[in-house]
Design a protein around this ligand. Structure first.
Ligand code: ATP
Ligand code: MG
Length: 594
C-alpha cells in the first residue's frame, strides 16, 4: 500500500515543541511521529507507529529464533502477587496504584516478574518442562519522577520483557547466554552503536547483570571503559579495586590540631603542608577523609541517617550511592536532622563521632580505598580542628564499605588491577536500551515456584529476566542517526523505503511519480508518495522529506521533461544521481534490497 502525503494523517511543524529538550524528541514531534497526551505519555501517529512496529518485528523475530514463546499479560494487575514479593512497597511512588469499585487494590504493571512466575507455576511441575523462555511486548507503567526527552523516558512505554526458567544454575547460564546473543543480533539489526556493560540489578535483585547502552551524549547513564582490557561497566556497577592493607607501625599517634580558616579541602591541605608536614611526601586532598551525611528512606518508610566517608579528592556520586542501595532512596541530611545529633559538628565531622557504637549511632560506611593502615586527616568533631594521622583499623573501624565515590577518567581499571595490566578507565554516556540479568531464585522462592527434578525431589526454579525498551529504542535510534535537516532512519526501521516527491506543476510529473510509486509498491518496496498538489511548493516537499527521514528519495521534477531523468538521493550521504525514468524502479529496488 502506498502512503500518500495528500491523505496521510500527519502535519509537520516548523517549530520545536516547547517542552522538548533532546533533538530526537523535537524531531519526532515536528515530523509528525508522536504527539504528547500528558507528561511522559504519548500518542503514536501513523508514521511513528510504522517505525515502532518494525522495531517490535525485529525483536520478535530474534526472540522467536531462540525459542522464546510470546504471550501477553494484562497491564492492570492485582496487588497480591506484588505484595508477596514486597514490590508493592519497594517500588514506592514509581507505581501507578488504583482501586476498583469494591475498593480492591490494583496496579499498572511496571514490570512483570510476578506474573510470569505465577503463570509457570500454574502450568508446569516437572524438570521435563524446562528450560522455558517466555516473552511479551507490552505496555508498562512507571510514574517516573522525571519523565524526560519524550519517549526516551515515558510514564507509559512499551517493553519487551522475557524470562527464562531453569532447573539449575548451569541451565540459567545457558539461557542467559542465549538471550545475550539474541540481544547482540537485535541491537545490530536496529543499527545501534552500542556497548555491553556490567550493571547492578537494582530492585530486581539477582547476580550477573549486563546492560546494552546506546552511545549517546544525551544518555542518562554514565559508563566506563578500560583503555587496555575489555572491561566496561555502568558507573553504578564499578567496584573499585581496594589497595592492599598497609603496615602502620611507623605512623605517629593521631593528634588533633587547630586548623582555622580552612573552609575548603585545598586550604586545609595548604595549611597541613605548611604547619604539619609529612616526613615522606606532601599531603594531598586524597589524604583527607570527607564524611558526608545522608538520610536513607527504606521501602517501609523508615528513615535512617548514614555517614559516607570518601577521600577528600572525590565527591559522593548520588547515582552510584543510590545504585548500591536501591530500592532505598537517599537524600542529603538537612539542618533540622543534623541538630538531632549534638555530637556532630558541621564541617568537622570525623570517624570519632560516627558508627553504630558511637553516641550518634549513625552507621558509618566508607569508600573501599579506606583499608586498614591508611592514614587520614579528618574532622576532630570540634569546630576549627582536624585530627591528623588517624589510621584506619588502628584508630577507627567503620561499619562497612560502600561504592559511592565518583569514578573518573584516568581511574585504575578494577580488572587490570587484578591482572597487573595497568589499564585506566574512561567515561562516556549512553542510553540504557536493554538489561539482562540472572534473577536466580528470588521470585521463585517468594511465589513458591518449584518443579520435580530428575530424582523426584522438589527444587526451586531459577530465573533470568531480560528487557528491551521498545518505544525508547525508537527515540534512541532517532537520536543516534538524525542530522541538522531532520530524522534519518536506518533502512531496517524506516517508516518507508522510498519517498517519491512529485516536484512540479505538470500533470506529467504527477503521472510519472504515480507510476514509479505503483511499480515500486508492486516490487515490494514501501513507498511514501508526496502527491500533494496545489499550493505546496517543491521546497516545502523537500523540507518535509528531509524532516521525515526516509532513507531514499526519488524526485520527479523538471529533468523529466528536459532529459527523461529523475533524481535518486540518499538521505544520509546526500549523494544524488540522475537516473533514466525507465530504469529508476530497478535501480531503487537494488538499492533497497542491498
Ligand atoms: P532506567 O534505569 O533507564 O530507569 P530501568 O533500569 O529502570 O531503566 P528496567 O527495569 O531494566 O529499566 O527495564 C528494561 C528496559 O525498559 C530498560 O533497559 C529500558 O530500555 C526500558 N525502560 C525502562 N524504563 C523506561 C521508561 N520510563 N521509558 C521508556 N523505556 C524504559
Ligand atoms: Mg535496568
Amino acid at each position: 500500500m502506498i502512503l500518500r502525503m495528500s491523505s496521510l494523517f500527519v502535519r509537520t511543524l516548523r517549530d520545536d515543541p516547547a517542552d522538548a529538550e533532546v533533538p530526537s524528541h523535537k524531531l519526532l514531534v515536528r515530523a509528525g511521529y508522536i504527539r504528547r497526551a500528558a507528561p511522559g505519555i504519548y500518542t503514536w501517529l501513523p508514521l511513528g507507529l510504522r517505525v515502532l512496529r518494525k522495531v517490535e518485528g525485529i525483536i520478535r523475530d530474534e526472540m522467536d529464533a531462540i525459542g522464546a514463546q510470546e504471550l501477553s499479560f494484562p497491564a492492570l494487575l492485582p496487588r497480591e502477587p506484588y505484595e508477596a514479593t514486597n514490590r508493592w512497597t519497594e517500588y514506592g511512588p514509581n507505581i501507578f496504584r488504583l482501586k476498583d469499585r469494591k475498593d480492591g487494590d490494583y496496579l499498572l504493571g511496571p514490570t512483570h516478574e510476578e506474573m510470569f512466575t505465577l503463570a509457570v507455576k500454574d502450568l508446569y511441575s516437572s524438570y521435563k518442562d524446562l528450560p522455558l523462555a517466555l516473552y511479551q511486548i507490552q505496555t508498562k507503567y512507571r510514574d517516573e519522577a522525571r519523565p524526560r526527552a519524550g519517549i526516551l523516558r515515558g510514564r507509559e512505554f512499551t517493553m519487551k520483557d522475557s524470562y527464562s526458567f531453569d532447573v539449575d544454575d548451569a541451565g540459567l547460564d545457558a539461557s542467559y547466554q542465549r538471550h545475550r546473543d539474541a540481544y547482540v543480533r537485535i541491537f545490530d539489526r536496529l543499527g545501534f552503536d552500542y556497548v555491553i556493560v556490567k550493571a547492578t540489578s537494582g530492585a530486581m535483585g539477582g547476580s550477573r547483570s549486563e546492560e546494552f547502552l546506546a552511545k549517546a551524549a544525551v544518555g542518562e547513564d554514565t559508563y566506563v571503559r578500560c583503555t587496555t582490557c575489555d572491561y566496561a561497566a555502568n558507573v553504578e556497577a564499578v567496584e573499585v579495586a581496594p589497595p592492599a592493607p598497609l603496615a602502620y607501625d611507623d605512623v605517629p599517634a593521631a593528634h588533633a590540631e587547630q586548623t582555622p580558616d580552612t573552609p575548603t579541602i585545598d586550604t586545609l591541605v595548604d595549611l597541613l603542608n605548611a604547619e604539619h608536614p609529612r616526613d615522606d611526601r606532601a599531603w594531598t586532598a586524597g589524604d583527607t577523609l570527607k564524611n558526608v551525611l545522608v538520610v536513607l528512606t527504606h521501602p517501609d518508610g523508615t528513615r535512617e541517617p548514614v555517614a559516607i566517608g570518601v577521600p577528600g579528592d572525590r565527591e559522593v556520586d548520588p547515582k552510584r550511592l543510590e545504585g548500591q542501595l536501591e530500592p532505598i532512596t537517599v537524600e542529603a541530611m538537612d539542618e533540622a536532622e543534623l541538630r538531632k545529633h549534638p555530637t556532630l559538628v558541621k564541617g568537622y565531622i570525623g570517624p570519632g563521632a560516627l558508627g553504630e557504637e558511637s553516641p550518634s549511632g549513625i552507621r558509618y560506611l566508607v569508600d573501599p580505598r579506606v583499608v586498614e593502615g591508611t592514614r587520614w586527616v579528618t574532622g576532630a568533631d570540634v569546630a576549627g580542628s582536624h585530627v591528623i594521622d588517624l589510621v584506619a583499623g588502628r584508630d577507627f573501624t567503620p561499619d562497612g564499605t560502600i561504592e559511592a565515590a565518583d569514578v573518573r577518567d584516568g581511574d585504575a581499571c578494577p580488572r587490570c588491577a587484578e591482572t597487573g595490566a595497568g589499564g585506566t578507565l574512561e567515561t562516556a554516556r549512553g542510553i540504557e536500551m536493554g538489561h539482562i540479568f540472572q534473577l536466580g531464585r528470588k521470585y521463585a522462592e517468594a511465589l513458591d515456584l518449584k518443579v520435580l527434578d530428575v530424582n523426584g525431589k522438589l527444587v526451586t526454579v531459577t530465573m533470568g529476566s531480560y528487557g528491551v525498551g521498545v518505544t525508547r529504542a525508537v527515540a534512541a535510534i532517532a537520536e543516534g542517526t538524525l542530522d541538522e535537516r531532520g530524522l534519518c532512519w536506518p533502512r531496517n526501521v524506516a517508516p518507508a523505503d522510498v519517498h517519491v516527491v512529485a516536484a512540479g506543476k505538470d500533470d506529467a510529473v504527477f503521472a510519472a511519480a504515480e507510476e514509479i510509486a505503483r511499480e515500486l509498491d508492486a516490487a515490494g518496496v514501501q513507498v511514501l508518495l508526496d502527491d500533494r498538489a496545489g499550493k505546496i511548493s517543491p521546497g516545502v516537499k523537500f523540507k518535509d522529506a528531509e524532516l521525515i527521514g526516509v532513507p531514499t528519495r526519488i524526485t520527479v521534477g523538471r529533468s523529466l521533461a528536459e532529459s527523461g531523468t529523475v533524481e535518486v538521493q540518499d538521505r544520509r550521504t546526500d549523494d544524488r544521481q540522475d537516473v533514466a525514468v525507465g530504469s529508476v524502479v530497478d535501480h531503487v529496488v537494488a538499492v533497497v534490497k542491498a
